[in-house]
Structure formats: structure tokens, C-alpha cells
Design a protein around this ligand. Structure first.
Ligand code: SF4
Ligand code: SF4
Ligand code: FES
Length: 254
């Protein structure tokens, strides 16, 4: 077992440096910073920039596990830099499966684009707003998905996304989609569900994403499988005994 760090102990950072537009491969630069009580990964990066002139590019905003902007990979595992403690030796790299802007900053546009394409808002259709207060039963599962901070850690860890399957939007998008598809107020089944079915069917149900989620979102059972069941229920209403495409959904694996 590793000894706990004490104030002043060396913390070694091996940071991936690369300009996404011009460098074909990253190089790694090493910085050693002194440990301070309650030091987080982000604090170590801040020290390297402020005191050692590292000039590393990274993102953060809230510093308190709410904005999801600071996610990086540390020693091969995705973490929120503002939330996880510094370790004695850390190889720090950007999230996988996204284009790189520079160093630890990824381009979030592919995710934002997928989200826009899936129409992530409540569509009441022809059902009028009943007025305030609106009774909202069965919202527990949707609320669990609402804990997502859009850090994209799950997309970085997903082997199907890594394999480049363009029909699979990735777990982060499906979690956001689940917030609306599973909401009892949403009436967009006809428009949205056929599109959605093809996309949830790409999930391999490997659960590589879920243990890494900093918000403990039930990504597989709460989003992927729940959307699949919702699609099957809607398809059953249209064609009893079959899904819309006849393809299996993953509710049995999770
Ligand atoms: S589901 Fe979890 S890991 Fe995925 S984007 Fe949301 S908060 Fe991050
Ligand atoms: S369970 Fe599905 S979404 Fe999660 S990592 Fe595996 S394939 Fe990706
Ligand atoms: S800086 Fe907002 S979650 Fe880390």
C-alpha cells in the first residue's frame, strides 16, 4: 500500500503535450510539484503552470464536481481533476475518443452536435401544459439521469465509441436523451424513438462506463436499457410482440 503523501512530498506529473492541429503525436513533459494538504489533481496542474511555467492547456470552471469541464485521464483512468486527490506519480492525458484542441483540452463539438441532433428537450406534442403545480409521478429514474454533469468520462471509456461506430452516439448522449424520452411529459415517440432505437442497440452492455461516472449515474440500467424498454413498449403498442426493427435490445444483458 502506498504511503499517504505529506506536505512537501514530491508529486510527479507526466503531462501529455500536443497541439491537436499540428502535432501528429503527443510528447510527455515531467514536472515535480510539492504536495500540499488536500491537493487535487487540478491543484497540481495549477502549481505546474503558476510556479514552473509549464503553460499546459486544461479546462475547469466550478472546482466542485458540477460543471464536468475538468475531466482528464490519470494513469489510464478517467477522473475529474478538481475532485480526485493528487497521487505521488501521475501520467495526465486528455480524454479519449474526441478531437484534441491542445494538451488536455478536447473538442466537445462532436458531443454537442449529437445532442442537438437527438432533440434533447421535452416535447409535449398536442398535450397542453396542465398548469402549475403539475403532478410528476415516476420521475425518480429521470432525476437520476439529471445528475449527469456532462463530463464525457463515459464516452472516453466506451469501447464502442473507441471503435468508431458512427451510429452509436455514446453513453453521455444517451443519458441526456433518456432525461427526455423517459419523462412522462414527453410525447415525441413517433418522431424520436425510431432514431433512438438504432442508437441504443449499439451498446455492448460492457459497463466500462458506469464505474467511472463521478455522479454515479446509472448509465446502462437507467439510460440505455430503460430507453430500450421504452422503445419496445412503444413498438408493442404498434406491433404486438416485436420491436420496430426486430433487432434485440440489451435489456437482458444489463
Ligand atoms: S453519465 Fe456520468 S460519466 Fe457520463 S457524462 Fe454524465 S456525469 Fe459524466
Ligand atoms: S456499457 Fe455501453 S455505453 Fe457503457 S461503455 Fe459499454 S458499450 Fe459503451
Ligand atoms: S471544474 Fe467543474 S467539475 Fe471539475
Amino acid at each position: 500500500m502506498t504511503e499517504p503523501l505529506r506536505p512537501g512530498d514530491p508529486v510527479t506529473l507526466r503531462i501529455a503535450r500536443r497541439d491537436g492541429a499540428s502535432d501528429p503525436a503527443p510528447r510527455h513533459e515531467t514536472y515535480v510539484v510539492p504536495y500540499a494538504p488536500r491537493m487535487r489533481i487540478l491543484d497540481a496542474l495549477e502549481h505546474a503552470n503558476e510556479w514552473l511555467g509549464a503553460d499546459v492547456a486544461y479546462r475547469w470552471f466550478c472546482g466542485s464536481r458540477r460543471c464536468g469541464q475538468c475531466a482528464v485521464r490519470v494513469n489510464g483512468e478517467e477522473k475529474l481533476a478538481c475532485w480526485e486527490p493528487a497521487e505521488p506519480s501521475m501520467t495526465i492525458e486528455p480524454l479519449q475518443n474526441f478531437p484534441l484542441v491542445r494538451d488536455l483540452v478536447i473538442d466537445r463539438d462532436p458531443y454537442e452536435g449529437r445532442l442537438r441532433a437527438l432533440a434533447p428537450y421535452i416535447d409535449r406534442g398536442a398535450t397542453p401544459y396542465p398548469g402549475f403545480p403539475e403532478p410528476l409521478p415516476e420521475m425518480q429514474d429521470v432525476n437520476a439521469l439529471g445528475e449527469c454533469v456532462e463530463c464525457l468520462i463515459c464516452d472516453s471509456a466506451c469501447p464502442v465509441v473507441a471503435a468508431g461506430d458512427r451510429t452509436f452516439p455514446g453513453p453521455a448522449t444517451l443519458v441526456q436523451l433518456g432525461r427526455f424520452v423517459l419523462d412522462v411529459r414527453d410525447r415525441s415517440d413517433v418522431r424520436r424513438l425510431p432514431l433512438t432505437e438504432a442508437q441504443v442497440a449499439g451498446c455492448a452492455a460492457c459497463r466500462a462506463c458506469e464505474p467511472l461516472c463521478p455522479s454515479r449515474v446509472p448509465i446502462v440500467s437507467g439510460a440505455v436499457v430503460a430507453i430500450g424498454k421504452r422503445i419496445q413498449a412503444a413498438a408493442g403498442a404498434d406491433h404486438p410482440g416485436s420491436s420496430r426493427t426486430g433487432r434485440p435490445l440489451h435489456s437482458g444483458n444489463a
